[in-house]
Design a protein around this ligand. Structure first.
Ligand SMILES: [Zn+2]
Length: 469
């Protein structure tokens, strides 16, 4: 199956061939996390956890059931999720007095508690996060990691005394995203969504979008400014220094297992997936290349090599010596599908030369490395792989964002154009092109003055449009 020929079929096949997931569970859109896929997710979680902890967020874990009456408090929010929530209506044979739903996200689970927790300005800011599963009955075609009905989800929720403070939180979330993008080698756009495309209940939404090789965009996360939109219906108030009661200003930041889908789609190739070193379950695989009569000697040497590397790195490298009794060619093939960043081969000639043969997964480049400096060399090669993966993906993104001054003959790319901001013109852009307005760039404002492609009026921001997956 070739990625370049049919991205969608390639993706569906490769996630299972690589051992990232098993889609045969008897509920559509609910897949089984296999050990390799779960390890990858845990490593991504580890980075997020570190960034949230470093910025003063506390980790929590809320119940996954939410009572209907709490869910219904913010009207736009309930409307936005109405068609995709799973309901729990019975306990045994008896109908429940108050129906419960499986959280599609946790605003309505947390905010009744925030109302109790927040009392005075001294309780602010309140910054928490959780990494849990959420449930959404997706009606579009399901796809592993990208569109599933039980979703591994990160969500941070914050309360602040002032709007300015909550705006500063949005900026901090953007910094966290920047760090995570380096771990995943994923360049992205931070785009402020239109009024009709923002999160249900949000004051505004910043979508985090990446480019898929098909030219489509994929939203991998979002940051929301709620202002007082939730604190009013949930009565989350604090007493300020003067004894006045005020509503808190809130934000959230959410991402999910879709990050894995993005990594697979962006970095994979015809040989399989390519996993960035920072999140690779195995960063290095050692494959012995036995010769006749020296099988045991080479096996022993491969084991020794693994010990040397662990010692040289104080054990931080995630490595695996593949000592199975199968042909090396089969091992190469398997680890390439699984996307291990670096393969080390050791055979009789390598031993004689006090060297190791190294092969990069991302470029296929083969190198001879000196055995006595191996640990240091491996670390530096892994760093180069990360840097190169990110820069190749960045080049691809840059190449695929193009400016347009009319709506005719648009290429299958992300298009940047002028829009005056009027909903009427915006709708026309979307209908005429069959694409969505993703929004204006929060990182780089872009050309300052531009003309609306529909009405010709001058506008001071460009917007990005694309076909979202
Ligand atoms: Zn216009």
């Amino acid at each position: 199956m070739k990625k370049t020929e049919n991205l969608s079929d390639w993706y569906n096949e490769i996630v299972e061939l690589a051992g990232l997931t098993d889609k045969r569970y008897p509920i559509k859109g609910m897949n089984v996390w296999t050990p390799y896929g779960w390890k990858l997710q845990q490593l991504i979680d580890g980075h997020m956890r570190r960034y949230f902890d470093e910025t003063g967020h506390g980790e929590v874990c809320f119940p996954r059931l939410i009572p209907e009456n709490e869910f219904a408090k913010e009207k736009n929010h309930i409307k936005g999720f109405d068609s995709e929530v799973f309901w729990v209506t019975h306990a045994g044979l008896n109908p429940l007095d108050v129906k419960l739903l499986l959280r599609p996200t946790s605003e309505t689970a947390m905010y009744p508690m925030f109302q109790i927790w927040v009392r005075s300005h001294a309780d602010l800011p309140l910054k928490i996060y959780q990494i849990v599963n959420v449930f959404r009955y997706e009606t579009k075609q399901t796809r592993a990691f990208i569109r599933v009905r039980e979703i591994h989800f990160f969500e941070s929720h914050t309360c602040h005394a002032t709007f300015e403070d909550s705006e500063a939180q949005v900026r901090e979330d953007m910094e966290i995203m920047e760090k995570l993008s380096k771990n995943l080698c994923l360049p992205y756009l931070l785009l402020k969504r239109t009024e009709w495309d923002k999160f249900p209940g949000a004051y505004y939404t910043v979508g985090i979008d990446i480019l898929l090789p098909s030219g489509r965009s994929l939203q991998i996360g979002s940051i929301h400014e709620y202002r007082e939109n939730f604190s009013k219906p949930y009565e989350i108030k604090y007493e300020d220094e003067k004894g006045e009661h005020k509503y808190v200003n809130q934000t959230t930041y959410g991402m999910s297992e879709r990050l894995i889908g993005a990594v697979v789609a962006v970095h994979g190739d015809d040989k399989g997936v390519v996993i960035p070193p920072d999140v690779a379950p195995y960063q290095v695989v050692i494959v012995p290349i036995p010769a006749k009569g020296s099988v045991e000697e080479i096996q022993a040497e491969a084991k020794k090599l693994s010990e040397e590397l662990k010692a040289g790195n104080a054990g931080n490298l995630r490595l695996h010596a593949d000592l199975r009794d199968i042909r090396p060619g089969n091992k190469f093939y398997e680890w390439e599908i699984k996307g291990v960043p670096l393969r080390l081969e050791i055979g009789p000639r390598d031993i004689a030369n006090k060297a190791v043969t190294a092969v990069r997964r991302d470029t296929g480049e083969k190198m001879q490395l000196k055995r006595d400096q191996l640990a240091k060399e491996v670390v530096s090669i892994l760093e180069n792989i990360s840097r190169d993966m990110l820069s190749r993906a960045q080049t691809e993104l840059d190449k695929n964002v193009v400016d347009a001054d009319s709506l005719d003959d648009l290429p299958e790319k992300i298009i940047r154009l002028g829009w005056c901001g009027a909903e009427e013109c915006g709708r026309e852009i979307e209908i005429k092109t069959g694409r969505s307005i993703l929004g204006s760039n929060m990182k780089e404002p872009g050309p300052r003055v531009t003309k609306c492609v529909v009405c010709g009026k001058e506008s001071d921001t460009a917007v990005y449009i694309a076909r979202p997956l």
